[in-house]
Design a protein around this ligand. Structure first.
Ligand code: DX5
Ligand code: ZN
Length: 235
């Protein structure tokens, strides 16, 4: 699906389940569980062992996921020199690509490059990176990602102070009159989803809260969305 044909519904709260918390030996099962569950996109965490200590998916996995589902694939690149790889990830089937400000000295060029590849573009900031680092590119991105944990692993606790930056990013988006989405990623669950939305987030990434739910991923996703105050999906 090309970015031009993926138009998230304005004003809605979106859930982006992170496959990082799924059983990597059964990604097909994870995708099947999420289809039709209210998940509007799949969040795919790419790690290179350099920007973050961990390794995860690469282009081959993205290609395999692309064959499995029509759900939009939103890639979160936790890799150095992302500009060298965005073309490969777009060709593998990404619908959206988010890169980190901390490793993108030419962030404006990189997000523009992502849009030219017909993908939605995102820019992410770590907990220690000021919200203002996004100000100059907000008009060239579709998604501003505020990390609510230090990236690298799932299953961590949300760092409350990061929600102040969600407020700052949302305020700046409104000041500039933009449609940019604000996404929170890390430690998001039913206990804090409402706080994330109240701070200004409209896309909630959730890994553990979805995949570790006792009644399965669909129920886990619904619990997060319900706690966030989202309308239940149309049946
Ligand atoms: C971590 C990733 C997150 C992760 C979130 O670096 O960017 O997307 O999957 O997982 P939970 O929801 O378990 O914190
Ligand atoms: Zn992520």
């Amino acid at each position: 699906m090309a970015h031009s044909s993926w138009t998230p519904c304005e004003g809605a709260i979106h859930l982006a389940p992170s496959l990082l918390a799924s059983d990597f030996a059964d990604l097909a099962g994870a995708v099947r569980d999420l289809e039709g569950s209210g998940a509007e996109r799949l969040h795919v965490d790419v790690m290179d062992g350099v920007f973050v200590p961990n390794f995860t998916f690469g282009t081959d996995t993205v290609r395999a996921l692309r064959r499995l589902t029509d759900l939009p694939l939103e890639l979160h690149l936790m890799i150095v020199e992302p500009e060298r790889h965005v073309e490969m990830f777009a060709a593998a089937g990404a619908d959206a690509i988010t890169v980190h400000c901390e490793v993108s000295p030419h962030l404006h060029r990189t997000v523009t490059q992502i849009r030219e590849l017909d993908c939605r573009a995102g820019a992410a900031i770590n907990p220690s990176t000021p919200a203002a680092c996004l100000d100059e590119v907000l008009e060239c991105i579709d998604l501003a990602l505020v990390m609510t944990i230090n990236p690298g692993w799932g299953g961590q606790k949300l760092i409350p102070r990061t929600l102040q930056k969600v407020e700052q990013v949302r305020a700046e988006i409104e000041r500039q009159g933009l449609p940019t989405e604000v996404e929170v990623d890390g430690g998001v669950d039913a206990s804090n989803a409402r706080r994330c939305v109240d701070a200004g987030a409209n896309v909630l990434v959730a890994g553990s809260a979805v995949f570790n739910h006792a009644d399965g991923p669909a129920a886990g996703g619904q619990a997060v969305l319900a706690a966030a105050g989202a309308a239940p999906p149309a049946s």
